[in-house]
Design a binder for this molecule. Sequence first.
Ligand code: HEC
Ligand code: HEC
Ligand code: HEC
Ligand code: HEC
Length: 189
Amino acid sequence: MFSKLVLSALFLFSSLLLAANGDSTNAAIKQHAFVGAETCGMCHKSEKQGKQLDIWKASKHAQAYKALESPEADKIAKEKGFDTPAAKTQACLKCHVSGEGVDASLLGPKFKMEDGVQCETCHGAGADYKTLKVMKDKKLAEENGLVIPGDVKTFCVKCHNSESPTYKEGWDAAASWEKIKHTIPAATN
Ligand code: HEC
Ligand code: HEC
Ligand code: HEC
Ligand code: HEC
């Protein structure tokens, strides 16, 4: 059941996956299920790991769905010619959430679209890489769907670009990354 929505979601991720592991055939075909930010947060919330869950929760990304529920967002959608509220408009959801248009069988019980731009939006759907055994082996994790975004200048502009109705020319990916970076402490030295 490949709707347009599924295809656009896949497009975003498969292009990231291709960039990440270069294995075009497997990456494009294998579909992984989403588990939701709280599931990632079970292991990625301690001081030692680098508090990724807290950093994400404090970021605008965690509010990206809520942003579409504002009267301001509905106004933008209307001006763009859509007759649905922003939070029900695929052309808005595609950059503001994960999982939109994805087959329900690929959305785990803890996954919430309302979490907006979440871990798996950038790191790929995690059902097949989230176990400790796989996570500890970067190569194996990547083979099971983990995306390491790499250069923020090319990665972030998949959404931070002039197709965003509120985009401001000159958005600085590197400076913006400083606001949301969530490095594992041990890895920095
Ligand atoms: C069972 C615990 C656990 C869960 C659940 C988990 N991770 Fe991890 N993750 C780890 C561990 C342990 C590492 C390795 C840390 C290290 O090498 O120091 C890791 C590493 C990573 C890395 C860095 C990989 C690298 O080597 O550069 C990313 C990115 C990541 N996890 C994202 C996620 C995301 C997204 C989720 C949810 C879909 C998730 N993790 C769920 C334990 C977990
Ligand atoms: C907006 C995109 C985005 C979101 C959302 C996001 N990350 Fe990341 N993450 C990145 C980027 C970019 C990197 C850096 C990759 C690199 O160093 O090449 C990264 C790196 C990581 C690393 C490795 C850090 C290190 O020191 O090597 C872990 C672990 C991680 N993310 C986990 C998570 C978890 C867990 C969540 C959700 C709570 C999350 N990320 C949400 C983009 C994101
Ligand atoms: C190409 C990706 C993309 C699309 C499509 C998109 N947005 Fe956004 N949106 C963003 C990004 C990135 C931001 C934050 C930076 C900016 O303004 O560009 C944002 C910010 C916003 C904000 C501001 C939120 C705040 O905290 O002030 C609103 C409101 C918004 N978008 C509404 C919409 C509506 C309504 C649509 C559909 C008509 C839409 N967006 C389509 C990427 C997108
Ligand atoms: C899937 C689409 C998507 C991707 C990929 C993405 N963002 Fe965002 N980003 C958004 C949306 C949507 C908002 C607006 C959320 C809101 O205001 O509620 C936003 C807002 C932000 C904000 C707060 C507003 C601002 O411009 O200061 C920062 C900082 C940010 N993003 C940084 C990044 C960085 C750095 C990356 C790459 C590592 C990235 N984003 C990748 C969709 C995305």
